[in-house]
Design a protein around this ligand. Structure first.
Ligand SMILES: CC(C)(COP(=O)(O)OP(=O)(O)OC[C@H]1O[C@@H](n2cnc3c(N)ncnc32)[C@H](O)[C@@H]1OP(=O)(O)O)[C@@H](O)C(=O)NCCC(=O)NCCS
Length: 428
């Protein structure tokens, strides 16, 4: 194969080198395009633009492949757990037993919130969206750790291991405390003897008078939700995190911005949309069949189906489907909306419309059902996604900071008014 690409603009030819990825992806390196030709590229939505070279996560959407640091998601889901996979994302390799133990310990040691910070949770409007609270509180956490949020890359990198453990731990305490505040319930302190997910579930739903460890299968299913969401290469929130980091901002500010990006309904909000859709179908007296017809006629969208990148079965959805069944059985949950979900899944997987367009259930379809069954309120679904995605954001922050990358500053094709004279207000 040629080592370069030629672009003809008008009568001029320009040559550009190719960059080859370790999984054979080819990119045309256009970094000198503007200086050589005065032209820029236009790629609205960046669907054809490589914004960086990254070693964190590989996705092949056509083949349904997802790997963290080279490890297939199926193997991690079967043999690893959220914290071990988070370590691999952050540091590039699976940890030794000692490394994993000290990583876990650092995380359990950081579960508490400073008193003033916990009080700050009461300063939000009573119906503030939990994602607004989470984003603000993550930035707030940074203010309590000025030595970790200096905006000096070298110093922030030196503190990175402690910062990562602090954030991975505190994000669940913030989420749990916020949930209980809204319900008028007293906080439940972290219990370091419990695993990451069990502790989070207890801090959220526990009975302070009668603490009971949450059911094992439910902890396992939540662990899997976190693990499966831990990274997904250059998605909207991760790109936001990298963009903010590229300007030299500290980890807390970069993660806080990423949480804002994830909040959007087109990004992290899809699992909520699944449950809303299922409830609407149920309330309208449909078993799902009418909705499928409406989806095929373009009147409705079957939420939780289809994916921008995966044109094959989303590998995460396959895994979560099984865990979702196990957890529902353990919880003894049966509900009409779950019956509708199963019906939609069955019909859509055998219907030509969905088969031809490669519309398979995505991870949000099952995570929505699972989170609803565990008892998380709808507006907390994206918070769960954020807790899972945090190791990915942190890994990308680290990658940017270590690479000394330039500030990200895209160009534009200006389509506004051309030069004109100012008109005084009396003459307008
Ligand atoms: C995720 C999504 C935005 C991907 O979109 P995309 O790759 O750009 O696909 P397109 O919107 O171009 O759709 C391609 C075709 O499939 C159809 N289609 C895509 N998703 C569909 C869905 N969920 N229900 C019904 N039809 C769908 C489109 O109408 C289009 O049909 P056409 O070729 O007859 O015009 C889209 O599948 C979607 O909206 N899904 C539901 C929301 C969701 O679950 N999002 C979470 C993603 S993780």
């Amino acid at each position: 194969m040629e080592e370069s690409a030629t672009l003809r603009i008008g009568s001029e030819n320009y040559n550009f080198p190719l960059i080859k990825g370790t999984e054979s992806e080819i990119a045309v390196d256009l970094r000198t395009l503007r200086s050589e030709s005065s032209c820029i590229t236009f790629d609205d939505g960046y669907g054809n633009t490589g914004s960086c070279e990254s070693k964190v996560t590989f996705i092949d959407g056509e083949k349904g492949i997802l790997r963290y640091r080279g490890y297939p998601i199926e193997q991690l889901a079967e043999k690893s757990n959220f914290l071990e996979s988070a370590f691999a994302l952050l540091y590039g390799e699976l940890p030794s037993e000692n490394q994993l133990n000290s990583f876990r310990k650092k995380i359990s040691d950081n579960a508490g919130l400073r008193e003033n910070m916990a009080k700050g949770l009461h300063s939000f409007a009573p119906d503030a969206h939990p994602m607004a609270v989470l984003s603000a509180m993550v930035n707030n956490l940074g203010t309590y750790h000025p030595e970790k949020s200096t905006n000096d890359r070298k110093r922030d990198l030196e503190a990175f291991d402690d910062t990562a453990a602090l954030l991975i731990s505190a994000i669940r305490t913030i989420a749990a405390r916020d949930y209980r505040n809204r319900k008028g319930l007293a906080p439940i302190p972290s219990d370091p003897s419990l695993g990451y997910c069990a502790d989070f579930l207890q801090m959220t739903f526990g009975d302070s008078n009668n603490p009971q460890p949450p059911p094992q299968k439910v902890c396992e299913a939540l662990n899997l939700v976190f693990l499966l969401h831990a990274d997904h290469e250059q998605n909207c929130s991760t790109s936001t995190c990298r963009m903010v980091a590229s300007g030299g901002a500290n980890v807390f500010a970069s993660v806080s911005a990423a949480i804002g990006a994830l909040w959007g309904p087109l990004h992290g909000g899809a699992n909520m949309a699944v449950i809303k859709m299922l409830k609407d179908i149920h309330d309208s007296g449909d078993d799902g069949s009418r909705f499928i017809e409406d989806a095929k006629n373009g009147k409705k969208r079957l939420m939780g189906f289809g994916h921008r990148v995966y044109k094959n079965y989303d590998p995460r959805a396959k895994i979560l489907n099984v865990a979702c069944n196990d957890a529902l059985e353990e919880l003894g949950v049966s509900s009409p909306i779950l019956d509708i979900a199963r019906h939609l899944e069955e019909v859509a997987l055998s219907d030509e419309y969905f088969i031809q367009r490669k519309l398979y259930p995505n991870v949000d379809f099952y995570s929505g059902i699972l989170l609803e069954a565990i008892g998380f309120p709808l507006n907390m679904f994206t918070v769960i996604f954020a807790i899972g995605r945090l190791p990915g954001w942190l890994s990308h922050w680290k990658e940017i900071a270590e690479s000394g990358s330039k500030i990200h500053r895209p160009r534009q094709v200006y389509q506004g008014a051309t030069v004109r004279d100012y008109v005084s207000i009396e003459e307008r």
